[in-house]
Design a protein around this ligand. Structure first.
Ligand SMILES: Cc1cc2nc3c(=O)[nH]c(=O)nc-3n(C[C@H](O)[C@H](O)[C@H](O)COP(=O)(O)OP(=O)(O)OC[C@H]3O[C@@H](n4cnc5c(N)ncnc54)[C@H](O)[C@@H]3O)c2cc1C
Length: 398
């Protein structure tokens, strides 16, 4: 029988093995780039603690503006042990039109395209977003391309969906699509390294303190100084910032990939990302088989250091219940199953109360990835200028 330690090592080696595919080869570049770490500077402008979605985006933004910056990550760059693993994340603008997130999603999309230009990687696949629902109304805004498909048009365009309740129509947001999550994180880090950032992966931070001149971060390997610290620890935030311990709750969720009868009818050029009630899914990508399906719900409370990463029969049943009825031609064999974590609470972004030298982000709930390219910019603004033009005031702490 495998011990807990064996299982953890196994998970780590498995994730390393699949990362080259998920990051389109960037993980190899990054591994060699961090193999001979440059000597740490006596002091940095900023240390970014946690290089997942939010931290890697902040590191990239800081490096792009010429700041001297150190990124610390406890695992590998672009791993599957936090909240940003699993190949793809949804993005769309329709649900945010007219609300406080509209300018942020628009800025985030500009920044994703900026990242693609800087890195030469395709991070965003524009396959569109389809929301199924009963008697939905058309939403729209300036410069948007959003359509409403009635029942018959929906059946004609997407016959893959079956047994939809009477009155179901489809809101189709042409601005939607999927983001390659591991590739985006790896690309942010890759560009940051090219712009002079230092990155230390496999190096957990164990403590941080502030004083009149700056911050000190202690890790498993050393101690680093900076003028400013950005904490972007995702599911570990409550361990890094104890004053948030009672305000954040981590839960376990799962995601499955299934073999469709005809993969081409679910290919990314023919099939969108979609949402139907609490279920959502993704098309088949050119470099990874199977459609991905998940259920958006609260999840089971867990601890990020003890989360059970072994998929269960219950995890599978959740998604099979949907596939069996509404996407029967995709209800094939399992190709992959991954466990992921939501962090409930927030979203928060801003200086820590009484700690002007520390900027904190907790936006690790079910929909944070799509905004991370904009959040990273706001974090970088706050870390360097103490203010940001981006409208994130509604996320302030305290
Ligand atoms: C199942 C699931 C589906 C989702 N679907 C979508 C979606 O379709 N669209 C969308 O927009 N969002 C989605 N989300 C949400 C989105 O993925 C998260 O909001 C986002 O990835 C969180 O990013 P983060 O940077 O906060 O956390 P992470 O990416 O997990 O990064 C935190 C990092 O901090 C590191 N760290 C923590 N402690 C330390 C330490 N002591 N020392 C060094 N490093 C440390 C961790 O190792 C980790 O790499 C989904 C989330 C899940 C779980």
């Amino acid at each position: 029988m495998q011990t807990e330690l064996d299982r953890r090592d196994f998970i780590k080696s498995c994730s390393a093995g699949t990362l080259t595919a998920l990051t389109c080869g960037l993980s190899d570049t990054l591994t060699s780039a961090v193999a001979e770490p440059p000597a740490a500077k006596p002091s940095y402008d900023c240390i970014v603690l946690g290089l997942g979605a939010m931290g890697s985006s902040c590191l990239y933004q800081l490096a792009k503006r010429g700041a001297s910056v150190l990124g610390l990550e406890q695992f590998d760059i672009a791993h599957v042990l936090g909240s940003s693993g699993g190949i793809s994340r949804q993005t769309k603008i329709a649900p945010y039109l007219g609300g406080p997130n509209e300018p942020l999603i628009r800025r985030a999309n500009e920044n994703w395209h900026g990242l693609e230009k800087d890195s030469g990687q395709q991070v965003f696949h524009h396959c569109g977003y389809l929301r199924l629902g009963v008697n939905q109304k058309l939403v729209g805004g300036k410069g948007t391309k959003i359509e409403l498909f009635d029942e018959s048009e929906l059946r004609r365009r997407f016959p893959q969906f079956q047994q939809l309740p009477p009155g179901t129509n489809g809101l189709f947001d042409h601005h939607g699509g999927l983001l390659r999550c591991e590739l985006a994180i790896a690309s942010h880090c890759d560009v940051a390294l090219r712009r002079g950032a230092h990155i230390r992966a496999q190096e957990p931070a164990t403590d941080w303190t502030t004083d009149a001149d700056g911050v000190t971060v202690t890790t498993s390997r050393g101690r680093y100084r900076a003028k400013h610290l950005v904490i972007a620890g995702g599911a570990w935030n409550a361990k890094l910032v104890p004053q948030f311990r009672d305000k954040l709750q981590v839960t376990r969720l799962s995601l499955g990939w299934f073999a469709p009868e005809k993969p081409v009818s679910f290919a990314v050029q023919n099939f969108p990302i979609w949402e139907h009630g609490s279920y959502y899914g993704f098309p088949v990508l050119p470099d990874f088989p199977g459609i991905k399906v998940g259920k958006h719900w609260k999840g089971d409370p867990t601890d990020p250091d003890k989360v059970d990463r072994t998929p269960t029969a219950r995890d599978e049943k959740f998604v099979r219940d949907y596939l069996g009825i509404h996407l029967p031609s995709a209800n094939g064999s399992i190709l992959a199953f991954k466990v992921c974590m939501y962090t409930h609470g927030g979203p928060w972004l801003g200086p820590l109360p009484d700690e002007k030298r520390v900027t904190f982000i907790a936006a690790c709930n079910g929909g944070g990835f799509k905004f991370s390219s904009a959040y990273g910019e706001a974090l970088a603004d706050l870390a360097t200028e103490g203010r940001t033009e981006l409208p994130v005031q509604f996320m302030r702490l305290g």
